[in-house]
Design a binder for this molecule. Structure first.
Ligand SMILES: Nc1ncnc2c1ncn2[C@@H]1O[C@H](COP(=O)(O)OP(=O)(O)OP(=O)(O)O)[C@@H](O)[C@H]1O
Length: 260
């Protein structure tokens, strides 16, 4: 494995044992370069979240290996997660939510407050430091989750449909914000999404997965340079790629519905 790889995934399969065993992933091979933005698309139930959880060591593969080169300072976790919903603590203020990762890592109150304030500013929530999540909109709550993930200082962000619950306009704004943050920070990001446009807009590469058991069906290199602007969505190249990806996905979505 090269030092440039944040993750090398080799022959990873996952079977959940229960009354009826579920074969979630099968023979996944992937190299995820350090500082790259990888998007994962695939039909519902194909194992995208399971793959993310395996990368983040919340789950272990049944067979195969994941080797990681990620290094984090002190007690900072190698990867930080952002989930679609329920990602923020209702009992904590915006400031405490964003500072939570560093609090767990034993960073002093003064430093973590300073870092949290910086990230709250980066996601446009300055002025809401003392607010509680229930006082904010869904989009604002999701920005707390994103700020918290960046604020942990982890070199890798694992995002499971982080913008999936947002309305269309808020989602566009958040995509733009995430794009800007990532281009400045260049953390290794793996983002699961159901939206092909979002994957093309944000990712360096798109991993297309098959219906369950999830396999890597295709890996698309996204040709658009950085910094990237939302205007690329209006180009013919974007439309063509979107169409190609959908064609690759369509059979898988149909299969997943057939066997659901
Ligand atoms: N802890 C678990 N125990 C048993 N089965 C599980 C567990 N976690 C996931 N599964 C099953 O594994 C399969 C893959 O689930 P996973 O959540 O990874 O899919 P997904 O691609 O993320 O789905 P979606 O796009 O709908 O969120 C599903 O059939 C799911 O029911």
């Amino acid at each position: 494995m090269s030092r440039q790889e944040a993750f090398a995934v080799r022959g990873v399969s996952k079977v959940f044992i229960g009354r009826t065993p579920v074969h979630a992933l099968d023979g996944i091979d992937l190299d995820l370069p350090t500082g790259s933005f990888t998007c994962v698309v695939g039909p519902s139930g194909c194992g995208k979240s399971t793959l993310l959880r395996i990368l983040g060591e919340l789950e272990t593969p049944t067979t195969g290996t994941v080797t990681s080169n990620l290094t984090a300072a002190g007690r900072v976790p190698a990867s930080a997660f952002v989930f679609q919903e329920h990602g923020v603590f209702g009992w904590a203020t915006v400031l405490d939510n964003v500072a939570f990762g560093e609090q767990m890592a034993g960073v002093s109150r003064r430093d973590r407050t300073e870092h949290a304030r910086y990230w709250i500013g980066e996601v446009g929530l300055t002025g809401f430091e003392s607010a509680y999540p229930h006082q904010l909109s869904g989009g604002m709550r999701q920005r707390i989750a994103i700020a918290r993930a960046f604020a942990t200082g982890s070199p890798c962000l694992l995002m499971d449909e982080p913008l999936g619950a947002l309305d269309a306009q808020t989602r566009i704004l958040m995509q733009e914000q995430l794009l800007g943050l990532w281009e400045r920070e260049r953390k290794t990001v793996v983002l699961v999404t159901h939206a092909i446009e979002e994957a093309l807009l944000l990712g360096d590469r798109i991993v297309i997965m098959s219906a369950r058991p999830g396999r890597v069906k295709d890996v698309i290199d996204v040709p658009f340079g950085r910094p990237r602007r939302l205007e690329i969505e209006a180009t013919a190249e974007f439309a063509q790629l979107k169409q190609d990806i959908w064609e690759s996905l369509r059979d898988e979505v149909q299969d997943s519905l057939r066997y659901a």
